[in-house]
Design a protein around this ligand. Sequence first.
Ligand code: ADP
Length: 160
Amino acid sequence: MTHAIYPGSFDPITLGHVNIIERALNIFEELTVLIAVNSEKKRLFAVEENEELIRTVTHQWPQVTVDHTAGLLVDYCRERGIRNAVRGLRAVTDFDAEFSMALTHRNLWCEFDTIYLMTSAEYMYLHSSIVRQVARMGGDVSKFVPASVEQALTTKFAKA
Ligand code: ADP
């Protein structure tokens, strides 16, 4: 196992995501954090802003690259010969959606597998949407996100 993809919205990257990245790096030699661009979803940060935040947060790991795609995950991976995705599991509520997503990917490309990593207990209830909500109301998000993301959120909502 050499290169895996870690797909998601990452709007913005949280300490829960970082926890999964660290765990994935114990298994894979290279990891691409891939922002899946969904035009139906309204984002807080532009894709490029989120990419830059992920690069800042992961700069200590040269094995991590950051990219985005508006296409199918399996197409992105097949073109690059990447056969594994990594996803994080929080509570059981994640399971249903993840199960159908993993099976859909495998239906589209039978050689593709998704590896699930359990989050640390302290991040079990941490979602990017919660971070956006707390930050929007002026709450303290320092327990949820890296300092650079906290700064970006402060700037974003100061402008709003
Ligand atoms: P969200 O917007 O819900 O935070 P993303 O689409 O950005 O989710 O998530 C990308 C991947 O990271 C998914 O596999 C998701 O389950 C995982 N993830 C998100 N937050 C956490 C967390 N706190 N702990 C573990 N995995 C997480």
